[in-house]
Ligand binder design. Structure first.
Ligand SMILES: [Zn+2]
Length: 200
């Protein structure tokens, strides 16, 4: 990563504004408290989802245009979390593209697997541009934590889609709005920091 932390923060601010997204604290947000409480109850029934405490302190969540980092993340310095932020911002892009369709797709396993793969691809493209590498944790459950409710066959679908994505990202092909905006911002603001070659 050649981009300095202040420039990463500037990139994060640019991306949030470009995609009409806002960041709110999870612990303060009443809707997050409700979701967390539901998770706490659901866990009693043995579902493969995080406990309330894990949900509030470990997982990133995006609802519509609102990104909620886990407790303890400095919301004024999101550059340190650019990889996961790019994942979440791809969900914001998916939401703005067609809000009702997004919610409908998210409620099906196949739709969710595809949306998660696209979000990870957004993060992968950004990481490629900034580091010249594919993220080592691509597709990790901790990051695609929306995937906690995916069964094995749909988790496989996410993995297959990501394998295809990696091949094209290595060839410099950008297909997500987030990846394209990151590339254009780096080219305009810090061209010396671009590590991975891309076709723009
Ligand atoms: Zn996700």
């Amino acid at each position: 990563m050649k981009l300095s932390l202040p420039l990463l923060n500037a990139l994060a601010v640019f991306l949030l504004s470009r995609f009409r997204a806002v960041v709110r604290a999870k612990g303060d947000a009443i809707e997050m408290q409700i979701i967390a409480a539901v998770f706490g109850v659901a866990q009693l029934f043995g579902a493969g989802i995080p406990s309330t405490d894990e949900f509030l302190t470990r997982y990133w969540t995006t609802l519509g245009p609102v990104v909620y980092p886990p407790a303890g993340v400095d919301r004024s310095a999101m550059g340190a979390h650019i990889r996961v932020l790019c994942h979440e911002l791809t969900h914001v892009v998916q939401f703005w593209r067609d809000p009702l369709d997004f919610v409908g797709r998210y409620l099906t396993s196949k739709g969710r697997a595809e949306l998660e793969a696209e979000a990870e691809r957004g993060a992968c493209e950004a990481w490629w541009i900034l580091t010249g590498e594919i993220p080592a944790d691509l597709g990790a459950v901790d990051i695609t934590r929306h995937g906690y409710a995916l069964d094995d066959s749909h988790a496989d679908l996410t993995r297959d889609l990501l394998e295809q994505a990696v091949t094209s990202v290595r060839a410099g092909v950008l297909s997500t709005d987030v990846g394209i905006e990151v590339a254009q911002w780096v080219r305009a603001n810090a061209p010396e920091a671009q590590a991975g070659t891309v076709i723009l």
